[in-house]
Design a protein around this ligand. Structure first.
Ligand code: ZN
Ligand code: ZN
Ligand code: ZN
Length: 476
């Protein structure tokens, strides 16, 4: 059986090669989801040193090189941090009841020197490590900053680590210890909160919230913050409400910087466009394959030349919206009419549009783009009822076919190499199952007692493998 991708429970000890990088994310994240993550710390014995070493891949000088992580230890533990690649580092040591963070990012043509962080204690104690990562870093937001002439947003990159650690190429994180490294006998809690933009769960501090980590505070002067999602968060495991004092922003510091603060020439960022494009392509592919698999659906499907001729003739070579004549069939843009996001294929009900109108309409349903006269005209031309155009239902035939082929969906379709690809910490297959759940809930006439995301997680969790190595050299 094929293995589904994705982030599994972080065990504290894990081989770099088995993970997909980044932090777990939560479907439909609002930024108000809270999570406690238990981590088993290492036993740091009196007089001994535990060292974490970050080894970097070769860089071409264009992408960033960086590392980052979080830890918890007692105040008396001595820490030595060494990074000869960058004079500027984010390193904030918090008190033992809270989480500390460290990280940096720089550009280098060639090999970067190893970075080390060592923990030493005169008495037996513990060191809990979380989210240690290193490697080459890039994110679509950096392209967006360049394209929109916002180069200032690429200054001081070190300061948004570790949360800007979108690793495109992972290095190695190696633990060494002058002795036989053992686990401590009590677990440590790392408190996490979701980001409403990147959907990752990232560490927060709950004792001294002013010692913030990946999210800035929300209400400082007017504390306590009683804004839902900011100062009032929900534990995703217990459903319980947790009150914070200053509260945290819904977006992580990375997303705040690039999606909220950065002024853009375009209303939608390049990253959003790419994600939309990817989701559209994957839905097109899914629908095409379902039509091929299903005899009832495939005999009705018109494609290519035949479809193009049909639509051209029906709309008489004019853009349906602005009525401009279209030069030729190649200049005609076919709009789905009923949304692709509801699993409708490009078929005989398509609308002919010019390039400008097609770009303007994008994913909007007909009711949000056309006036009532146009809707009734479109109804006559396409054969779809006015009701269907005003409030399109999901494509129930396709949904039924998918539900009848769950093994195919999860083991063949979602495990295609293109669906296992990860961008910005998001795996294409995960975006597809999330989008499929949105299709189900948008029906006003059928209630589906099924979640593609839950099924995905259930199937994936069967394949969790932890690689715990008891030797002195442990790759985290
Ligand atoms: Zn974020
Ligand atoms: Zn607030
Ligand atoms: Zn037009």
């Amino acid at each position: 059986m094929a293995k589904l991708p994705g982030k599994t429970t972080y065990s504290g000890i894990r081989r770099t090669t088995t993970r997909k990088s980044g932090f777990k994310s939560h479907p439909d994240s609002t930024g108000g989801e809270y999570k406690r993550e238990e981590v088993t710390p290492f036993l740091l014995e009196a007089g001994k040193t535990l060292t974490v070493c970050f080894r970097f891949p070769v860089s071409d000088g264009q992408t960033y090189v960086g590392f980052g992580g979080f830890f918890q230890c007692e105040n008396f533990v001595e820490i030595v941090f060494h990074n000869s690649n960058s004079v500027k580092n984010e390193f904030s040591r918090r008190t033992s009841t809270d989480t500390s963070k460290f990280g940096s990012m720089w550009k280098r043509n060639g090999i970067s020197e190893n970075v080390t962080i060592s923990f030493y204690s005169k008495v037996d104690t513990y060191v809990a490590l979380y989210g240690l990562e290193c490697g080459l870093i890039w994110h679509d937001a950096f392209d967006t900053a360049i394209e929109n002439d916002q180069l200032g947003y690429l200054d001081n990159m070190y300061s948004i680590m570790p949360e800007a650690g979108f690793y495109t190429n992972e290095g190695e994180v190696i633990l060494s210890y002058d002795g036989h490294l053992k686990l401590h006998n009590h677990n440590i809690i790392f408190h996490l909160k979701s980001c409403n933009r990147c959907a990752r769960f990232l560490p927060i501090n709950v004792n001294d919230e002013r010692e913030h980590l990946c999210f800035s505070n929300h209400c400082v002067a007017k504390a306590p913050c009683r804004h839902k999602g900011f100062g009032i968060v929900t534990d995703v495991d217990t459903g319980e409400t947790k009150l914070l004092h200053f509260g945290y922003q819904l977006e992580c510091r990375f997303c705040k910087k690039y999606y909220v603060n950065m002024p853009l020439n375009w209303q939608r960022t390049a990253a959003q466009m790419k994600e939309d494009g990817q989701r559209r392509r994957n839905f097109e592919l899914l629908i095409a394959e379902i039509y091929q698999l299903s005899p009832q659906l495939s005999y009705r499907a018109k494609t290519g030349r035949e479809l193009l001729d049909d639509i051209w003739n029906r709309f008489n070579g004019h853009c349906f919206n602005c009525n401009d004549p279209l030069e030729n069939k190649r200049k005609m843009h076919l709009d789905h009419t009923r949304p692709l996001a509801l699993l409708w294929p490009l078929d005989g009900t398509a609308t002919a549009l010019c390039a400008t109108c097609n770009t303007r309409k994008r994913d909007r349903p007909p009711s949000q783009f056309y006036n009532p006269d146009q809707i009734s005209q479109l109804s006559q031309l396409t054969g779809l009822s006015v009701d269907e155009l005003m409030a399109p239902e999901p494509n129930h035939e396709v949904i039924t076919e998918i539900l009848n082929r769950l093994d195919w969906l999860y083991e063949e379709f979602l495990t295609k190499p293109s669906l296992l690809m990860e961008r910005d910490g998001k795996i294409a297959a995960e975006l597809v199952v999330k989008a499929l759940d949105k299709v189900l809930i948008r029906s006003k006439i059928v209630k589906y007692n099924f979640s593609f995301v839950d099924e995905y997680n259930r199937r994936r969790d069967r394949h969790i493998t932890f690689d715990i190595n008891e030797n002195t050299d442990i790759i985290v």
